[in-house]
Design a binder for this molecule. Structure first.
Ligand SMILES: NC(=O)c1ccc[n+]([C@@H]2O[C@H](COP(=O)([O-])OP(=O)(O)OC[C@H]3O[C@@H](n4cnc5c(N)ncnc54)[C@H](OP(=O)(O)O)[C@@H]3O)[C@@H](O)[C@H]2O)c1
Length: 337
């Protein structure tokens, strides 16, 4: 049987338990070019909240009554697609369900086990999360040695990796996060040079102290007032890498644009959005670098994993309350050998 978590209704504001419902049905069987996946781990991402609304985006909205779409680590249990054998573990865009039928062409790649790195890391630091940090910082932010890199949502899945890559590249890394405990974690465990609790600090004053030479790269996952304030601290030729805008993701109406945007003109700076998919052809290169930095002890990561499909909705809500560090995932099953 295929257990599922379905979209019951579109959330208004922050999602709640009532927006989801459990379902059950037979597992599908794959047609030509398709595979049947047994889902092992679900990636809990802010993007899911976007897909739950009916706003136009890079993927269509999840339909009412459909399972919640999600990045997964999955194992092929039936295959009608050449080159995708049964038993292969893959990264996929599947759903909150025990089994999914997907087109083999939609699979994000085969998981090659890397010695010393546990399987779920292939969905976090060596999956979409680490790849987002890597390409967003290095390709969009283009940090140079000695520059200051500011990271918002710095203690989350993506942000916790961004600051460490900035350090690898010889930059000063400064993080913004929502609790003193997370600030300590960023500095003491992850090697950030400074961290600011944006909920309690006067951000203008705190940024001057934490970034005495100004900000060359702002890796932004939050948007809203934080972005607006940071724009006034950008250096000449500064870069803003627009990774996400989690402060706006539950808004029912379009938020006002950043009123300080003319700072981009004054500083000859640039603000550029990206999706990780833009760099799909270079994933292997990024994974090789990230795996090497993990082995060399230059990058640490934290996976926050709960077990059981029923836990997925409440785990998703932690993205908005900030009650986590590192990457959120749900474990459904172990691979079969
Ligand atoms: N462009 C891409 O291709 C791409 C790919 C993946 C992810 N993303 C984006 O990357 C960002 C991080 O994703 P993630 O999965 O790693 O999530 P995450 O950072 O692990 O979790 C989100 C964090 O955002 C902070 N936050 C939540 N609401 C906030 C608010 N109103 N104001 C300020 N901070 C708030 C919370 O931390 P605090 O305690 O610090 O507030 C929370 O822990 C998201 O914006 C996501 O959309 C983009």
């Amino acid at each position: 049987m295929n257990r599922q978590i379905l979209l019951k209704k579109r959330p208004v504001g922050v999602p709640s338990a009532g927006d989801f419902e459990a379902g059950e049905g037979p597992a599908g069987s794959p047609g030509p070019g398709e595979v049947l996946l047994r889902n092992l781990y679900l990636s809990i991402d802010p993007a899911i909240r976007g897909w739950m609304s009916d706003a136009k985006s890079y993927l269509p909205p999840i339909g009412i009554g459909e399972p919640i779409r999600s990045g997964t680590l999955s194992q092929i249990v039936e295959s009608n697609a050449e080159g995708w054998p049964v038993g292969q573990i893959v990264q996929a865009l599947a759903a909150w369900e025990s089994y999914s039928v997907v087109s083999a062409r939609s699979l994000h790649g085969k998981v090659k086990s890397i010695q010393g790195i546990p399987l779920p890391a292939m969905l976090s630091v060596l999956g979409g999360t680490g790849l987002t940090a890597y390409f967003g910082l290095l390709e969009v932010g283009q940090p140079k040695e000695g520059e200051t890199v500011l990271v918002s949502a710095a203690a989350g899945g993506v942000g916790s990796i961004v600051g460490q890559i900035a350090k690898v590249k010889g930059c000063r890394a400064v993080g913004l996060t929502g609790s003193d405990e997370k600030c300590v974690w960023l500095v003491d465990e992850l090697g950030y040079d400074a961290a600011v609790n944006y909920k309690t600090a006067n951000l203008r004053v705190a940024l001057k102290e934490a970034c005495p030479d100004g900000i060359d790269v702002f890796f932004d996952s939050v948007g809203g007032e934080i972005l607006n304030t940071v724009l006034t601290h950008l250096n000449y030729h500064g870069r803003v890498a627009v990774c996400g805008a989690i402060s706006q993701i539950n808004a029912s109406e379009l938020p006002p644009g950043p009123s300080n945007y003319l700072q981009l003109l004054a500083k000859s700076a640039r603000m550029e959005g990206f999706t990780t998919l833009d760099f799909a052809r270079r994933y292997d290169e990024a994974r090789a670098d990230l795996a090497r930095w993990i082995r060399e002890g230059k990058i640490r990561y934290r996976d926050d994993i709960v077990e059981g499909l029923d836990q997925a909705p409440s785990h998703l809500l932690r993205l908005f309350s900030g009650e986590h560090r590192g990457k959120l995932m749900v474990k459904l099953a172990d691979p079969e050998v």
